[in-house]
Ligand binder design. Structure first.
Ligand SMILES: [Zn+2]
Length: 283
């Protein structure tokens, strides 16, 4: 956090330096936009093939074939989900929330892509439908489905409060991935990564620019649906924060299950190739 009182006096041209125009770091015009005509056609012929219920304060993994759809539904009460994505062929290719944020902004909605980490950097999934897209930006600068947060975890809990809480999203996702892949916990844990906070309402405070959360506007029946751009393992934790209106990393909030439904379209789908950068890095 910046100090309340700066140590150094501003230079004479401080105002001029502060008023330079803001430039978008990564203009996305060069990226091919989501192909809704293709997705709509595939969705029309897709059949419901699987349902995965994520219990409160726990996580589950499910596989989704490329060219199919997966829908995360708030089934009973306001509940936030922490989403991880892995390539089903290679756990090292996983969702890269930081680059997704740099490309699409702090919160995602229909048409935004979820990108994979280096050196692949390709779309893993595309947001197809978002029943909360009406929310937009609230008066505090908050919105839903952020790619800012990391995931609630036992290490930060121990750092800040000295106590252990085992049913946070990091631990939930670790157990779920271990169960799904049959890897030991210690081998599964390093594959768990920064999340997409499904249904969570977050932003940065105007004064200190600290990460804030507020009660999610999600209600039973709302959903966020994705198109799978590659063969995926989808991991989802029903966050112990519930609607994240008060606190997380505890057993105090009301928590509800989340549901993942898979809709498969058997027609062939050609996935996007990984980045064709030659990885010579100047050598
Ligand atoms: Zn969480």
């Amino acid at each position: 956090m910046k100090p309340e009182k700066p140590t150094f006096a501003p230079p004479g041209d401080a105002e001029e330096r502060r008023t330079k125009p803001a430039v978008i770091c990564y203009p996305t015009e060069g990226i091919s936009s989501a192909d809704f005509a293709m997705m709509n056609a595939r969705r029309a012929d897709a059949k419901h093939t699987a349902r995965c219920v994520v219990p409160p304060r726990d996580a589950r993994c499910t596989t989704v074939p490329k060219g199919s759809f997966f829908r995360i539904t708030c089934s009973e009460g306001a509940q936030v989900g922490d989403l991880n994505l892995w390539s089903a062929a290679n756990l090292n290719e996983h969702f890269y929330s930081g680059k997704t944020r740099a490309l699409h902004g702090t919160h995602v909605s229909s048409g935004d892509r979820l990108w994979s980490r280096f050196p692949m950097l390709r779309p893993m999934a595309t947001v197809f439908e978002d029943t909360l897209d009406w929310y937009g930006w609230d008066a505090d600068g908050g919105s839903v489905h952020d790619v800012i947060g990391t995931r609630c975890d036992p290490y930060t809990g121990r750092l800040l409060s000295g106590s252990d809480y085992h049913y946070c999203c990091h631990s939930n996702l670790t157990r779920a991935l271990a169960d799904h892949t049959k890897l030991p916990l210690a081998e599964a844990e390093p594959f768990v990564h920064d999340v997409l906070n499904v249904f969570m309402c977050t932003g940065f405070t105007a004064d200190t620019h600290q990460y804030f959360m507020k009660a999610s506007p999600v209600r039973a029946g709302d959903y966020l649906e994705f198109f799978a751009e590659i063969d995926l393992i989808v991991g989802l934790s029903a966050c112990p924060g519930g609607d994240c209106g008060t606190e997380h990393t505890s057993d105090f909030a009301d928590c509800y299950p989340l549901v993942i439904d898979v809709f498969e379209n058997g027609d062939p789908f050609l996935e996007t190739e990984p980045s064709d950068y030659d990885r010579s890095h100047g050598r």
